[in-house]
Design a protein around this ligand. Structure first.
Ligand code: SF4
Length: 374
């Protein structure tokens, strides 16, 4: 079993209009936050004596931190955890925020994968959703990363953006795919409450993309990305051969991981936990040795089976029936025979000798399929 480490940095230069992630556009507490984070990392390193196979420093924008603070976090990870020699260590980066000093940190540590949030190649759309960079910034960042030997690069894209046409989306997919990147994640915009875009929509400033166009955009992503050599391995993720994101696969296959930082979630010794999302509480809690965990659940066998199903079905290869038997000591049909047959009859699932996986139609209605296993 692999073990991961997720580190949350909750700071951003400014807030994107669609974003409801745990991030703030105010760095004033970054020093004390990083001191607390470093302490939490050290505590876990003493408690969890396992080899770490994947690390993901995400946020927020990790590169919004001062260089010395980011460097400190990397140093503490390297000095205190046992890192696998083939570790996949990702850092999230906003195009246009990487300075020479950041590049130096990446070069001097075991970081070997960078995830860039681009979203679109159309600069007018980037402006509309409150991104702080242009497409050209992304191009320059790719060149900078290649220049220091980082060749494993993901790019996040979004579709169904306000006023985005199918043509815009095709153009983004084709332009981005031509660059020497290894991985693309593509998600439809979800209008979350308490975001600027949600309020703009409620105030009638734009129309949401119809379900039909949304599905056409998704189908177009499948088509164009595969024509450029990216194969789809999860509902929203495509990779060149050998470059699937190991850290995400760890989540979908129920492997365990440590979550460190504000609002971070972890899964350790069969317990899922989530840290407080209150910045001051987090900092003071670590400082005074009081509890910073907001939620904690012991994962029962039933909960684990449910997660195995709905997380496993996110992957294009689906669920391995033998893995289910090995993990739970029961045949999958014994537990989920009714649901599996129902969705097979509806042409949403396919079952072969070894696996069960979603059809294209099943992907379109995946949330309904997943809910039936809960
Ligand atoms: S950079 Fe990412 S985390 Fe920060 S505001 Fe934008 S979407 Fe949210």
């Amino acid at each position: 079993m692999n073990t991961g480490l997720y580190v949350h940095i909750p700071f951003c230069q400014s807030k994107c209009y669609y974003c409801d992630f745990l991030s703030i556009a105010d760095n004033s507490l970054e020093d004390v936050y990083v001191s607390a984070l470093v302490e939490e990392l050290k505590r876990y390193s003493r408690k969890v004596k396992r080899k770490i196979n994947t690390i993901f420093i995400g946020g927020g924008t990790p590169t919004a931190l001062s260089v010395n603070l980011l460097s400190k976090i990397c140093e503490v990870i390297e000095d205190n955890f046992i890192l696998d020699k083939d570790i996949e260590w990702t850092i999230e980066v906003n195009p246009g925020t990487l300075t020479k000093s950041h590049l130096q940190i990446i070069k001097n540590t075991s970081i070997n994968r960078v995830s860039l949030g681009l979203q679109s190649s159309c600069n007018n759309l980037l402006k509309k959703i409150g991104r702080i960079h242009t497409f050209e910034d992304w191009e320059n960042t790719i060149n900078d990363l290649l220049g220091i030997g980082i060749t494993n690069i993901n790019t996040d894209l979004m579709f169904a953006l306000p006023s985005q046409t199918l043509h815009d989306w095709k153009c983004t997919l084709a332009r981005v795919s031509q660059y020497p990147i290894t991985h693309i994640s593509a998600y439809a915009l979800i209008l979350e409450k308490n975001t600027k875009l949600y309020n703009d929509y409620k105030n009638g400033l734009f129309l949401i993309t119809s379900e039909d166009v949304d599905r056409q955009m998704y189908a177009t992503a499948k088509e164009i990305l595969s024509s450029y050599g990216f194969f789809q391995y999860e509902i929203s993720n495509w990779a060149k051969n050998g470059y699937k994101c190991k850290h995400n696969i760890l989540y979908w296959t129920l492997d365990e991981y440590i979550g460190v930082g504000l609002g971070a979630s972890g899964y350790l010794n069969n317990i899922r936990y989530t840290n407080t999302d209150d910045l001051k509480k987090y900092i003071q809690g670590i400082d005074h040795g009081t509890d910073i965990i907001k939620e904690e659940d012991v994962i029962t066998n039933k909960m684990s089976m449910e997660e195995f199903m709905f997380l496993g079905l996110r992957m294009i290869r689906g669920i391995c029936k033998k893995d289910f038997k090995n993990r739970y000591g029961k045949n999958i049909e014994e537990i989920y025979g009714y649901e599996i047959n129902k969705w097979k009859n509806e042409k949403a699932l396919i079952e072969n000798e070894t696996n069960i996986y979603l059809t294209n139609f099943g992907i379109d209605i995946s949330n309904t399929v997943f809910a039936s296993f809960l």
